[in-house]
Structure formats: structure tokens, C-alpha cells
Design a protein around this ligand. Sequence first.
Ligand SMILES: Cc1cc2nc3c(=O)[nH]c(=O)nc-3n(C[C@H](O)[C@H](O)[C@H](O)COP(=O)(O)O)c2cc1C
Length: 411
Amino acid sequence: MSVKKNETCGLGLAPATASDYRELARKRLPRHLFDYLDGAAYEELTAGENQQAFRRLHLRQRVMRDVSQLNLSSRVLGQELALPLILAPLGLAGAMACRAEVQAARAAEQAGVAFCESTVSIYSIEEVRAATRAPFWYQLYVMRDRGYTRSLLARAQAAGCPVLVLTVDLAVMGARYRDVRNGMAGGLSPGGKLSKAWDLLSHPQWLLDVAVRGKPLTFGNLTVAVPDARSLLEFKAWVDSQFDSRITWKDLAWVRENWPGKIVLKGILDLDDAREAAAAGVDGIVVSNHGGRQLDGVAASIDALPRIADAVGDRLEILMDGGVRSGLDVVKALALGAKACMLGRAWGYAVAARGEAGVAHMLSIMRNEMTVALALCGVTDVAALNREMLLSGGVSEAAGSPATTAHVGSP
Ligand SMILES: Cc1cc2nc3c(=O)[nH]c(=O)nc-3n(C[C@H](O)[C@H](O)[C@H](O)COP(=O)(O)O)c2cc1C
């Protein structure tokens, strides 16, 4: 991905940005795990574009306004959040740090943001529940085995999850070439196996933290379904066989029958799909391309956001993710119509590097960046952010949305 190498962290100094944590994670993790976290589909164009598109947006600096009192909190899908942030579902997070899902959920609780547990987490719904008090969200992949899917929904409900994030952009798996080269699905030559073993031995902190203290390394939410699986590869084979590519809008009714809480569709990037989601009556959508890990070559999420917000923003809550690496990015996304942002790799890097303290620090960095951005844009409340806070109303050449020109602010 096209993030510049951070020299500061290379010198062993304190991380100052979420992206600094990427460098720390790169050092801490065995290569195949860093690549799994950092990588994306095919040529990784969309993953890079997710970040580049934020850089093309310019905030409007405003002066001489009273910005002594700022409000960063908001109500997102019925939940009061101190910052408009949700830690996105990250499969296999517990391979990055011992009990990573639990550590991240705790950091989220302390910071007053939401945590979303992935179906394919290492640590289960119940472990996260036992370690936290704040409600957390649950992310579902609808599996071919509907009985098991129903049992997952029942477990999430029993754990008090108020929001179900239904991920819909995984009808088939996009190929992630870094994972293929690293033998994530097997197929390593004897030489490849040797070099992987050497790589593992070269990361003693990770070995102790995860491979020893983090056991058992299983997919915690799926152990009942695959009781005989002895390795993550065997679990993965089951998960891969369970992805259901026949799902359509009609299946939403089945999900609703089995879930009394809020439903959010994650992975909406197209205007027509956003309209269908609104017509289907879901509570929210996440404008997302899965962090560029599915269909490479699609638009950056932030470029897709304004048109979708214009079309359906009054009918459901809009979240976005993809490339959010700073509080300034969050402010830009809110200005373009998102109610909140999901953070994916940002928390993955932080938990890999420093566990719960890393995620807590990364969130405090985001908070500070949002505070400064709001104040210097002359805005005192995140709820008041709109396109007038962006030069040219945030219309990027790439998005070229005529709908956004109606909100052009003065240059
Ligand atoms: C390592 C990794 C694992 C992921 N696993 C899941 C998952 O299990 N379920 C899901 O809905 N999205 C998953 N995603 C996508 C994220 O939830 C999110 O959409 C994406 O990371 C946002 O982009 P960002 O990483 O640039 O913030 C994963 C992303 C990464 C990087």
C-alpha cells in the first residue's frame, strides 16, 4: 500500500500517528501476518486509493470563532459514542496479539467508542462479553449452514449486542496475492516452510505473546461447528466452504426474523445498492469496499460517500470505512455525510504493536486530531459538519458527483 515508511518510528521514537503503528506492527509481526493485515486484493489499487482520496480533500480553515467548547460525541445507531468511531470487524485479530479482540474491546470501552466483533475472530463473543461492560456490535457473514448462522445470532443477542453488521461484499473471496505468496492457504515449498519457520523464530515477542500465551488459536465463534479442527488452516477450509454466494435481498427477511436489534449492511459502494438497502428498511449502511480487500479497482469509499449520502442519508444512518488513518480523515468523512467511521487496519496495527495500550493511544491520537481539525475549521460540534467545511464542497475529480455541487462552499 502506498503509505510512506515512517522514519521516526524506525528510530525507535514514540508513535505519533496511527500510521506510525503500522511500522511498529511490521516489526513486531511475522511477515505472513503483517501482510495479511496490511495487504489487499490484486494490485492493491483500491486500498491505496482509499487513503489517497482523503488526501485530495481540503478542509477550509476558518478563524475568529469561539471554539473553546467542542463536542465530539454523537448518537450512532442508538448508542451514545464519545467519538464517532467504531473499531471495524477484523477477522483473525487474535493472531496479531494475545486476546486482541478483548484488548481492543476494552480500549474502545475506555474511549467511549464501539467495538465490532467479527464472525471469524479468534476470541469468541462470550470472551469479549466477559471482559467488557459496554455493549459491542457483532458482524455476521451469512453461512450456508443457516442453523449455525442462527446460533451465532442467538449468541450475539445473549451477549447484548445492540447492532448487527451484516457484511454483504463477500459473495466470493477476492484474491490477496500477498497471502497466496506467503502460503496462508498452504502450498508452501519445503524452502518456503523453512523460511517461514525462520521468520517466526525471528519474532520472539510475538511467539511468546501469541503462539504461547494466546492459545488456543482457533476461530472462537466457530469451534462448535468444527470441533475436530486442529489448526487455523482447517478452520479456514470450513469457513471458505461456508460462504454463501446465493444470498440476495430476499435473505434480509430471514436475518430480520432472527435478529430483533438494529441491522447495518456493510459493503455498500453503489448508489443503486444504497437505494435498495433503504427500500429494504435496514437501519444503516457502511459505505465500504472492505478496505480494498475484495474487488480491486473499485472507487475509494470516501469518493462513493457523497452521492450515497445525498440519495439515502435521510432514510438510514450512514457509516463509512476504508483508508481512515487520522482524525482529519474522520472530519472529512463526516463533512461528506457519514455519521461515523469504522477503523480497520488502524486498530489492527495498534493492537499488534502495543496491545490494549496501543489501541487506547491510537484512539487518543484520533481524538486530538479531530479536536484540532474541528477548532481550526471553526466548527464546535461534529453534528454541524457539512460540505461547506471542505473546499469545493469536497467534490473530487475522481468522484465527479453532480449531486455534491449543490453544496459547494465558498473557496
Ligand atoms: C485483517 C483484516 C481482516 C478483516 N476481517 C473482516 C471481517 O472478518 N469481517 C468484515 O466485515 N470485514 C473485515 N475486514 C474489513 C474491515 O472491517 C474494514 O472494512 C476495512 O478494514 C476498512 O479499511 P481500513 O483497513 O483501510 O480502515 C477486515 C479487514 C482487515 C484489514
